[in-house]
Design a protein around this ligand. Structure first.
Ligand code: XIL
Length: 302
């Protein structure tokens, strides 16, 4: 019999994974990636320090490998990420004021233009809030206060008017000070006519910690006229059973499906073999590529 795969069930929303092209030589890795998912996000390859390690010297190769993989297997690509406090190359972090602003706009324009037409959505700004809802101290905030946010969205929109432009963050899955600040910002940007089209909820969670108001929280954002997406899902087993983990994965998929305007779910790496979570087992596939109960649970939920 021909086994069904996650992407065969993903009719209402896309189902994606973060991928790294350095693992493509691992045949099981690339086989599962291509068979199961209809969306991918470069795990690190489009981050500034990797893609433009020195001024004007772009290292597009690894990101292009991912885009080619997506084209080969009919997957969409989420571009990740243009402006972040991490992975800022040294040559950028020494700049300030007008020089920094010029470099920021140039980076966004060049990168988004290069991949124009192959990117479904870009995470334009990533992780700009503290837990209490204040703005995170960063090169960007410390130089420009909040004006870099609208400027980044405008530059990305000018470079690729067809890409969906997202703001992305973690610990915003439920109603709290941080998600309230995010909500207020998105509302303000929309009222100012800033081209923002979506909000990404990273959703790095643990079994026992799936917020009961996740869907309600997603829905207040879509009411502002933006899409929402689960962009970096992983669920630490947290000492619980694999079945409990499967139920948690199912709950998150169902939360997305219950909200009109929740467009897709991306898992932040599908296998424990290469997961950024090394202290726990948070992925649907184990480190030997065996499907955990989470895989069937996601399939059933989709
Ligand atoms: C992580 C990658 O998974 C790691 O390989 C890398 O060392 C650090 O970044 N939030 C994000 C992602 O937006 O880009 C991060 O990815 C995980 C947290």
């Amino acid at each position: 019999s021909i086994a069904a795969h996650l992407r065969d069930h993903a009719n209402k929303i896309y189902i994606g994974s973060a991928l790294a092209p350095s693992h493509f030589t691992d045949a099981q890795y690339s086989t599962i990636a291509a068979e199961e998912f209809n969306s991918l996000t470069p795990e690190n390859e489009m981050k500034w320090a990797n893609v433009e390690p020195s001024k004007g010297k772009y290292n597009y190769g690894p990101a292009e490998k991912l885009v080619e993989f997506a084209q080969q297997y009919d997957m969409i690509v989420r571009g990740h990420t243009l402006i972040w406090h991490q992975e800022v190359p040294d040559w950028v972090s020494v700049l300030s004021g007008d020089d920094l602003h010029e470099v920021m706009i140039d980076h966004i324009t060049t990168l988004v233009t290069h991949f124009k037409g192959s990117i479904y959505a870009w995470d334009v700004v990533n992780e700009i809030f503290n837990e209490d809802g204040s703005y995170r101290s960063s090169l960007w905030y410390n130089n420009f206060q909040t004006s870099f946010i609208a400027d980044a969205f405008q530059a990305a929109a000018a470079a690729d008017p067809s890409a969906k432009l997202y703001i992305n963050d973690y610990n915003v899955e439920y109603t709290n000070a941080k998600s309230n600040a995010l909500y207020n910002l998105v509302k303000e940007l929309k009222s100012q006519g800033v081209p923002i089209h979506g909000v990404g909820f990273q959703t790095h969670l643990a079994v026992g910690q799936i917020p009961s108001d996740f869907a309600t929280n997603l829905a207040r954002f879509t009411a502002l006229g933006v899409d929402v997406a689960i962009t970096e899902l992983d669920i630490k087993q947290n000492g619980q059973s694999q079945d409990a983990q499967a139920a948690a994965y199912s709950e998150v998929i169902k939360d997305c499906l219950s909200v009109n305007g929740c467009v897709g779910v991306t898992i932040w790496g599908f296998t424990d073999k290469y997961s950024w979570i090394s202290s726990d087992t948070a992925c649907p596939w184990d480190s030997n590529y065996q499907a955990k109960p989470a895989v069937a649970a996601i399939e059933a939920a989709l």
